[in-house]
Each structure stands twice: as structure tokens, then as C-alpha cells.
Ligand binder design. Structure first.
Ligand code: SER
Length: 606
């Protein structure tokens, strides 16, 4: 089965009777209006408002395949089952069906639609935590479906509880989560590795079992006092990796041998003149390059540009790491273009909007590759200066890393080539840690807030963003389109297309216009309609996104009382203030470039 067939079967299964789910497109890899996290790392993230009770215009039963990126897993990439970029098949009950239907249907999908062998499926259930009871109900349902007793395992909250932050203990107040039940596929051809414990079991981590899907029963919200309260509705959040599900279908423990990777791996084989899958150390390098270039393509397509902080830094790290690992495969020529080409071959049909940006994406990758070559050249020159000392200390290795972007591993290799001794990785890591502690105070709390908190302040800033976009379009012209936004408790940041620096006068005009509309007390009008109707009615859409058929439109300024059309009208999930009066006043305090043809403004409420 190809990945295209799997996608098709998944959507069809959940859309058809009796399930009748509505398909929605993947949200962007950059979370909208959610500064609590840099990337969309699960299918659940974009749906948080609806899990909390906001009605979704597409209904209570949804099915999607969400693009995900988990930067925190970057160091785990290299084995046969971890990646930073992956896609999650999801089906959602927003206060509709619950455990019985979910587990029964998912089981039907696995065994009847995908044809997985029943005997190779293992289940995990939640063992309970403090006053949250064990999930015996899920276990009973699995048994009634024919799963044998010894294929069902109960695990604690570290394992069988899902929230964005982890265990119930780790969750901040306001966050939602619940017990989950996973399905594992057993690769009987892989013997247990005793390194992972005496006894093999689904979650032992040895590689014999692969988790292919997780049904989360999101029914709790953490309270200020640490207790858990039932949400107004009980939800199902199912997530199953495309890559891992394909591996199970093929009974192939290595997901890099499935067709979401094969063309990419082939392109690396061509560039390196080596073969993948020889069970040698080179395999790890292949996987890292394949994963990182794929992830980089998707991050750039979502609007990320390389830089030295936040998202841009992670993108830079991915590209540079891929280049670094290409050296271990003795790749000397530029390999970025053929490898990214292969990424487009795999996904072009699934994400035409990514394919459309191919040239921009490849240019950005090549540009970063050039910069890195330059960095390497500078670092090598610096290394030459240190060479006469005969050794490289941890602080020198750190300086090479910090000021020249020279990764420790390259310092070590180059030093060894020159016969120099070099401080060990542990010493180097200590230097890095020392530095991080010094700079941490400055960045603490950076990602607090966000959609998860849906605080009053965040809501106000969200509405202010809409008013600013409307005002910018009036003052600068209709070429202004949102390119990104970010909200914290203290300010908003808004990126938009515009060719040149804004003049003082333009900034003042925008500010005045927004404040005038705030003072006018424009009421919020919220409507649900089809995407086409929304666009026809003049609603702005974030053009990088694909939208579901039915969307929510927020307007400020009632068309029936005003001059015919509202001041602001956007397709958006909310939340927003009920009346612009609640905002007080907006002040733009900074305007700068955010890349070619993109300006960035910062504004606060005063
Ligand atoms: N949110 C769950 C996960 O990421 C299932 O979609 O595993």
C-alpha cells in the first residue's frame, strides 16, 4: 500500500456511513495565535478551542491528516522510527461519540481496511493516577473486540496520559488532557534487546513493538488548585502516524523503507555513492539527512526563514545538521537540490501549495547551505590560529560554536585531522550549559500564554491584530496580507506583505484609525458559512492556509448600521472580544523588516 492509498482509505473510512466525519485540511506548522509553542506538534493543537467547547463550523466529527513537527526530538532521529517531521492521521469527536465507538471503529480500520493481523496488535491502557481512575472501560472494550488478555497492558500516567505538557503533574492550570489507549504493532522478526530490560513489552522501547495509533479521551481540564475537572464535553482525539502505520502495513520495522522516504533515501544514495540499509553506521546518517531536509522543506513552506533564534534557529539547525551528516557519507557536492527534489516528488500530489513554492524553498535551502560553507571556512581559519597551542579547550570549542557556528563534532574532527587534542564532549556540554544558565533569565517565560490560556489579555490582542490588519490595508493598500502573528501577554507582533519601510506618518495613521474604531465600539459579529461565501463576502483569509469547507468569520463593525461593510472581516477561529471598546488603546512601538517584502510591527495595548 502506498502512502497515497493509505490517506485515501483513512479519509474514506471516517467519512462514510455510519461514521460520517467531515474532512478538514491540515493546519499550518506554525500555530496561529498560540505563542505557547513554536510548532504544531500534534493534531490536537489547532483544535484546542473546539475541544474546550467552541462549536466547530465543520461539525462534531472531524477527520484530518495534520502536518507535525517536533523539534525536541531532533537528537532522537537516526533510529528506524523517529523523525522530526511527520503526519498524523486524526479523527475527532468533539463531545459526540466516546470510547466504545472510537476503539471499535479504529480496530475495524486496522484489521478490515488495512488488513493488519489481529495477533500482532497490542494495546495499552491507563493505570490510573491519584483520584483519576484506571481505564478499565477501554480494556473491556478491547477484550470484547477479541484482543487477548495478555495483549493488553496497563501503564501509568508517564505513558498513558496525553496532554501537551505531559503527565497530570506537569500540566499547567487550564490545560486539557486525558487517559489514552495506544495500539502497538509487533514485529515478530525483531528479537527483544535485553538492553531495554529483562522482559519485552509494548512500551519497553527495544523496537520489537511500534506504537501506531493513540486514542486520547480528552475529558479533563486542570484547575488552579491542581485538581481535575470534567470538561463540558467528552472528546476523542485520535492520532496515528502515517509513517508508522505504513511500516506496520508493510511489516517493515524501518519506516525509512516506506514510500514517504524511499525516493529521498535514493537521492542520498546517488549523491553519496553508498547504499542505505546495509546495517552499517551510515544508515543513521542517511536517516538524519532524509528527515532534516524533509522537515526543512515543510518549515520553509510554512513561512519560516533561517535566523539565530526561535523557529528560524531550529530550521537553521536542521539544514546545518543535514550538511554536517552529509560529510560522514563523503558527500562533497551540493546535495540539497536533489534531496529536496525527492521531497517534492513524495508530497507534491498531497500538498500542491508546497509544490507551488518549490523554487523559493530550494533557493532558501541553497542559500543557507552557502552561508554554512562560509561559516565552516571561517571556523577553520580560527582553528588554524588555535592550532599552535596543540590543544583546543572546552571554552575555545564553545567560542568556535558560539561565534562561528562551528558544531562541536566538526571541531573534534578537524582537530583530530590536525593531530590536536580537544576537550571532551562532556566538558563542552558544561560550557554550553553555563552559557544557557546565564542567558536563561532573559528568555524565561517567553512562551507563556497562548491559546491554551485563552486569557482575556490574549483575546484582546487577538482582536487588535484584526483591527491592525484592516487599518494597514486602508492606509498602505490591498497588497497587505498577514504573513504571521504572535501574541504574548505584553504585546502583539504582526508580519505582513509590504515592499518598504513604513513612514512615521503611515504608522501614526494606522494607529489613529485603529483607535478611532476602538472608540466607536464596534460589536463582534460571528458567522458560519462556506469558505467560498466567506471570500465572496470580503473576508480575509491567511493565504498560506488551506481551509475547511465551512469556516467561522469574525467581523467588527455591523454592516447593517455602518457604511455597508464592516471595518474588519476575517476567517478565524477566535477568540475575540465582544466589542472593540474593551481594547482601550493600541500603540505601535516598533516597525522593522521581517525578510524580503515583509514588514513586522509590534504593538501593545495601553
Ligand atoms: N494527541 C495525541 C498524540 O499526539 C493523539 O492525537 O499522540
Amino acid at each position: 500500500m502506498t502512502h497515497l492509498e493509505l490517506r485515501e482509505k483513512f479519509f474514506r473510512f471516517w467519512q462514510e456511513k455510519p461514521r460520517r466525519h467531515t474532512a478538514i485540511p491540515s493546519a499550518s506548522l506554525i500555530p496561529e495565535n498560540d505563542p505557547s509553542t513554536l510548532f504544531t506538534g500534534s493534531g490536537m493543537q489547532p483544535l484546542i478551542p473546539y475541544l474546550l467547547g467552541t462549536p466547530n463550523p465543520s461539525g462534531r466529527r472531524l477527520v484530518d491528516i495534520q502536518k507535525c513537527f517536533r523539534g525536541q526530538d531532533i537528537d532522537e532521529v537516526g533510529d528506524n522510527r523517529h523523525d522530526t517531521y511527520f503526519e498524523m492521521m486524526g479523527n475527532w469527536s468533539l463531545g459526540d461519540y466516546f470510547k466504545k465507538e472510537q476503539l471499535t471503529w479504529y480496530y475495524e480500520f486496522l484489521t478490515e481496511v488495512l488488513g493488519l493481523e489481529k495477533g500482532k496488535l497490542y494495546i495499552s491502557c491507563f493505570a490510573g493516577y491519584k483520584n483519576i481512575p484506571e481505564d478499565g472501560e477501554s480494556s473491556r472494550i478491547w477484550k470484547s473486540l477479541g484482543i487477548a488478555d495478555d495483549h493488553i497492558h496497563f501503564y501509568s500516567a508517564e505513558h498513558n496520559w496525553w496532554s501537551r505538557s505531559g503527565t497530570p503533574e506537569q500540566m499547567p492550570a487550564g490545560e486539557i488532557g486525558g487517559p489514552d489507549s495506544e495500539v502497538y504493532y509487533e514485529f515478530t522478526q525483531i528479537p527483544h534487546d535485553p538492553k531495554y530490560g529483562k522482559r519485552c513489552h509494548p512500551a519497553c522501547g527495544c523496537g520489537r513493538f511500534l506504537e501506531i495509533g493513540n486514542s486520547v479521551f480528552i475529558q479533563y481540564q486542570k484547575q488552579e488548585d491542581g485538581s481535575f475537572k470534567d470538561l463540558p464535553q467528552k472528546n476523542v482525539d485520535f492520532g496515528g502516524g502515517i509513517e508508522r502505520t505504513l511500516a506496520a502495513i508493510l511489516n517493515e520495522p524501518d519506516q525509512f523503507k516506506t514510500d514517504v522516504y524511499i525516493p529521498i533515501i535514493k537521492s542520498i544514495e546517488l549523491a553519496s555513492d553508498l547504499q542505505y540499509g546495509q546495517e552499517s553506521l551510515a544508515d543513521r546518517n542517511f536517516r538524519i539527512i532524509a528527515d532534516h531536509i524533509k522537515a526543512a522543506v515543510f518549515l520553509i513552506s510554512a513561512g519560516v526563514q533561517t535566523s539565530n533564534k526561535d523557529r528560524g534557529y531550529i530550521l537553521r539547525r536542521l539544514i546545518r545538521r543535514a550538511i554536517r551528516f552529509s560529510r560522514y557519507l563523503n558527500i562533497t557536492e551540493s546535495f540539497i537540490e536533489p534531496v529536496s527534489d525527492a521531497v517534492f516528488t513524495v508530497y507534491g500530489g498531497v500538498y500542491p501549495e508546497v509544490l507551488k513554492e518549490k523554487k523559493t524553498i530550494v533557493d532558501a535551502l541553497i542559500n543557507e547551505e552557502r552561508k554554512f560553507q562560509q561559516t565552516l571556512a571561517n571556523g577553520l581559519r580560527e582553528l588554524e590560529k588555535i592550532a599552535p597551542k596543540g590543544k583546543i579547550s572546552a571554552s575555545e570549542a564553545f567560542r568556535l560554536y558560539e561565534s562561528f557556528g562551528f558544531p562541536y563534532e566538526i571541531t573534534r574532527e578537524e582537530a583530530q585531522n590536525k593531530g590536536l587534542s580537544v576537550a571532551g564532549k562532556a566538558e563542552f556540554a558544561k560550557e554550553v550549559q553555563k552559557h544557557q544558565e546565564q542567558s536563561r533569565s532573559g528568555s524565561q517565560g517567553k512562551f507563556r500564554g497562548g491559546l491554551a490560556d485563552r486569557s482575556e489579555q490574549a483575546t484582546k490582542y487577538h482582536t487588535a491584530t484584526h483591527l491592525l490588519q484592516a487599518a494597514l490595508r486602508q492606509v498602505l493598500g490591498k497588497h497587505v496580507h498577514q504573513q504571521g502573528s504572535n501574541i504574548t501577554a505584553e504585546r502583539l507582533r504582526f508580519d505582513f506583505s509590504h515592499p518598504g519601510k513604513m513612514t512615521e506618518e503611515q504608522i501614526k495613521k494606522v494607529e489613529d484609525l485603529v483607535n478611532e474604531q476602538i472608540a466607536n465600539g464596534l460589536p463582534q459579529v460571528v458567522e458560519t458559512m462556506t469558505y467560498e461565501e466567506a471570500i465572496r463576502s470580503g473576508a480575509l483569509a491567511f493565504f498560506k492556509e488551506r481551509y475547511p469547507e465551512k469556516v467561522t468569520v469574525f467581523s467588527f463593525g455591523d454592516p447593517s448600521t455602518g457604511s455597508g461593510s464592516p471595518f474588519s472581516r476575517e476567517i478565524c477561529g477566535g477568540p475575540h472580544v465582544k466589542n472593540t471598546k474593551e481594547l482601550g488603546q493600541v500603540e505601535i512601538f516598533k516597525e522593522e523588516s521581517a525578510g524580503a517584502g515583509i514588514r513586522r510591527i509590534y504593538a501593545r495595548l495601553i
